[in-house]
Design a protein around this ligand. Structure first.
Ligand code: NAD
Ligand code: IPM
Ligand code: MN
Length: 358
């Protein structure tokens, strides 16, 4: 299979973690006889410094002309005071919007070897297996009007039925293929957008009779998520709630650095870890590359339909963690690694897996 993958390393730890994920994808390609062509492009602060624009036209073109996009992270203190259109984060938001990516899948599971890595009790986190479906191209992030002055600032929360319906359908379908439970998280006791959200989910429910639907308010759900995480399967929510709740859910897994994501809905998907550029550890070979490597596995599965290849990469990660290897963010990892050597661990286990038939 011949495919073109655009790699957007971005800022901070972005280049360090994408390098490990790309090396894993190269190993997979070699094992299965695929031809993956990688092209790097600028995004975020790196792009601002080079071109003045956090999403240069050439980058968007490259992404649109490829089969999948792998991203590290954007942002950092150097650009925090820039005007909005020259901020790294604006580049990422524009990219998601331009590619039509309305659904952000963020799986969160607790690896048996990492039950002690969470500050929560092992018996609380054990067996957690969640799939967040975060609406990604609407809500407060994009609503108009928006404005800023030193005296007053405005953001707008708006959703249309069509916007809710398309992401909710994806969540129902995922639930149907998993444990058949869908929790829709909103703030319908206060917000009109949430009342619409609830109505749309309820209107869709009869089309998915095998899925049990439950609604939850975001404030109490934030608590339930860490007190009884096993009770949930697919969690559907709007853009900002999903951003916040998925970082909270990282506490269950043991580290933010473990969690991957896939942004879907357009013709080209975007695959990125859920963490940011981690400026506090950037350039020190300390970042956990697993979230990005698992994002590469999601790229294989959702972007290229290479199911066996994705499963094999996930199995290599699973084995790496089971054997106690980890970066410093994983409390209790018995074998301490840097970013590069943990990536190499995954690739060694990949190489040792039973050779696939071509
Ligand atoms: P962050 O996710 O970068 O870091 C939060 C904490 O988690 C830090 O202590 C960091 O060291 C740790 N961490 C993150 N990734 C890790 C990894 N792979 N391995 C080990 N530890 C890891 O969030 P922040 O500090 O709030 O934001 C920093 C910058 O990143 C900001 O500019 C923000 O806008 C940006 N950001 C970008 C993205 C993205 O590109 N998708 C996501 C979130 C934040
Ligand atoms: C994420 C990040 C982004 C978001 C920022 C950097 C725009 O926090 O991917 O979770 O809020 O979506
Ligand atoms: Mn976030």
């Amino acid at each position: 299979m011949d495919v073109r993958i655009t790699v957007l390393p971005g800022d901070g730890v972005g280049p360090e973690v994408t390098a490990e994920a790309v090396a894993c994808l190269k190993s997979v390609a070699e094992r299965y006889g695929h031809r993956f062509e990688f092209q790097e492009a600028l995004i975020g602060g790196a792009a601002v410094d080079a071109t003045g624009d956090p999403l240069p036209e050439a980058t968007l073109k490259a992404c649109q002309g490829s089969d999948a996009v792998l991203l590290g992270a954007v942002g950092g203190p150097a650009w925090d005071k820039h005007p909005r259109d020259q901020r790294p984060e604006s580049g990422l938001l524009r990219l998601r919007k331009a590619l039509g990516l309305y659904a952000n899948l963020r799986p969160v599971s607790v690896h048996p070897a990492l039950e002690d890595a969470s500050p929560l009790k092992p018996e609380v986190v054990r067996g957690t297996d969640l799939m967040f479906v975060r609406e990604l191209s609407g809500g407060l992030y994009f609503g108009e009007p928006r404005s800023y002055s030193d005296q007053a600032a405005v953001n707008t929360l708006a959703y249309t039925r069509a916007e809710v319906e398309r992401v909710a359908k994806m969540a129902f379908e995922l639930a149907s293929s998993r444990r058949k439970r869908l929790t829709s998280v909103d703030k319908a006791n206060v917000l009109e957008t949430s009342r619409l959200w609830r109505k749309v989910v309820d209107d869709l429910a009869p089309a998915y009779p095998d899925v049990a639907v439950q609604h939850a308010y975001v404030d109490s759900f934030a608590m339930s998520l860490i007190t009884r995480p096993r009770d949930f399967d697919v969690v559907l929510t709007e853009n900002l709630f999903g951003d916040i709740l998925s970082d909270e859910a990282a506490v269950l897994a043991g580290s933010l650095g473990l969690l991957p994501s896939a942004s879907l809905g357009g013709s080209v998907g975007l695959y990125e870890p859920i963490h940011g550029s981690a400026p506090d550890i950037a350039g020190q070979d300390r970042a956990n590359p697993i979230g990005t490597i698992l994002s590469a596995a999601m790229l294989l599965r959702h972007g290229l339909n290479l199911t066996a290849e994705a499963a094999e990469l996930e199995a290599a990660v699973d084995q790496t963690l089971r054997e106690g290897h980890g970066t410093g963010d994983l409390k209790g990892a018995r074998q301490a690694h840097g970013t590069r050597s943990l990536g190499a661990c995954v690739r060694e286990r990949l190489a040792a897996a039973v050779t696939p038939s071509r």
